[in-house]
Design a protein around this ligand. Structure first.
Ligand code: SAH
Length: 395
């Protein structure tokens, strides 16, 4: 039997764990060990004393994230196996090719490693810990990442200053654990992108829009495209390859605009079809003429980071989309997204529906989009589904 400190649940509170949902909420705990520290590995027991699983402890509403069911040891072997499995899945998905070396290798609960995110860009892996437990295992994880056979990972950059709980006093660091700076040009579906993992948002690039960008490429020929919330210009570059006649990229951050310009130039040097604007989305959409664009992408940051912000987020999505319905040309195509985990697919659709109704235009849903397969959802943890999108035909 495991020698990890014991957390005992209140009667009946083991039910969600029996359904393999990996979180223990603070309200479910009857008994805590003394002197427990954040990030410690604990054994979780039912009120009857049966060991359910082992996981890492954290102060907060999610008290334990289960790493393995039953009697298990969380050590180097455990991480080696889970990382290897995650790699096999990406390989099976066909994401590791000479013309594609940017992908998510570990997507938290979706890869049975709650609290851990790893994105790979060529020979560099960018590791983010969202829990103290993963923070303490960072060196082991880094060493196992460079040991995955065939993956070609040489450098591991750790980037957890913004992801770890801020009260945890863990001395988070943004630094290389193994290796050092290597080329930061990643290749996605044959297109090149400068990825700034040192200063960029998240791990430096939003790999989760890969499939949706590829779909956009097919809709771009002969179109005037507006890429709103462009960040690194991912959608813009695909639109250009798809033979759009004009591409405008907009982001309120000047840094994002320079990243977009850099990436457009990397793939299409001196191409006069592209112009970028550092401006607020609502202001920009308010000022343009009707019919200026026949393809608009709206990929805003998460409007609701927590449930408490849900109502305002839904109003935000409605207003933003209403502006697009008001301005998009006849026969226009709208790619609209929400990456807020707190907003359900149904709620997002309803917000877009309200916006469409306000415009009184005929709107068809062509595609319903989600996150790509390298951001898998653990079937027992539906909360892992976060990206929602619609492609709409607007008459
Ligand atoms: N579409 C991008 C990801 C977008 S991330 C991709 O495919 O990679 C969201 C972006 O929205 C960020 O770059 C942020 O700077 C920008 N942003 C946030 N608020 C904004 C606003 N009010 N107006 C315009 N851009 C905004």
């Amino acid at each position: 039997m495991t020698s990890y400190p014991k957390i005992v649940l209140r009667r009946g509170k083991e039910q969600s764990l029996q359904r393999l949902h990996p979180w223990v909420f603070s309200g479910a705990v009857a008994q805590m060990p003394d002197n427990i520290e954040e990030g410690d590995i604990v054994g979780v027991y039912s009120s009857e004393g049966t060991l359910i699983g082992v996981g890492d402890y954290q102060i907060g509403s999610i008290t334990v994230r289960i790493l393995d069911w039953g009697d298990s040891t969380i050590d180097r072997n455990f991480f080696a196996t889970r990382l290897q499995e995650a790699y096999f899945v990406r390989k099976a998905l066909g994401l590791i090719r000479p013309d594609n070396n940017a992908f998510r290798l570990v997507h938290g609960e979706g890869d049975f490693l709650p609290g851990l995110v790893v994105d790979v860009y060529g020979d560099t892996a960018v590791l983010q810990a969202h829990s103290p437990g993963m923070h303490f295992f960072r060196d082991i994880i880094a060493r196992e990442l460079v040991s995955i056979d065939g993956a070609g990972i040489k450098n591991v950059y750790y980037k957890s200053e913004t992801t770890l709980p801020y009260k945890a006093h863990l001395d988070p660091q943004n630094d290389y654990i193994i290796g050092s700076y290597s080329t930061n040009i990643a290749i996605e579906n044959g297109l090149k992108f400068h990825v700034d993992w040192l200063k960029g948002q998240k791990t430096g690039f939003f790999v989760d829009q890969r499939d949706n960008r590829a779909l956009l490429e097919h809709y771009s020929r002969g179109k005037k495209v507006l890429n709103m919330f462009c960040y690194t210009g991912g959608f813009s570059v695909y639109a250009m390859r798809g033979e759009a006649t004009l591409v405008h990229s907009v982001d309120s951050s000047a840094k994002a605009i320079s990243l977009t310009d850099e990436n457009v130039n990397l793939n299409f040097p001196d191409d006069s079809r592209h112009t970028s604007f550092a401006e607020d989305a609502f202001k920009y959409l308010g000022n343009i003429d009707k019919d200026s664009y026949d393809l608009i992408i709206l990929d805003p940051p998460a409007f609701a980071k927590h449930r408490s912000a849900l109502k305002n987020a839904l109003i935000g999505y409605r207003k933003l989309n209403a502006k697009a319905f008001e301005k998009i040309a006849h026969g226009g195509i709208l790619f609209t997204f929400s990456c807020s985990q707190a907003v359900s697919r149904e709620q997002f659709r309803l917000a877009v529906f309200s916006a469409a109704a306000q415009s009184r235009r005929k709107v068809r849903i062509l595609h319903q989009l989600t996150q790509p397969a390298d951001h898998p959802v653990n079937i027992y943890h539906p909360e892992g589904e976060y990206l929602k999108g619609l492609i709409l035909y607007v008459e």
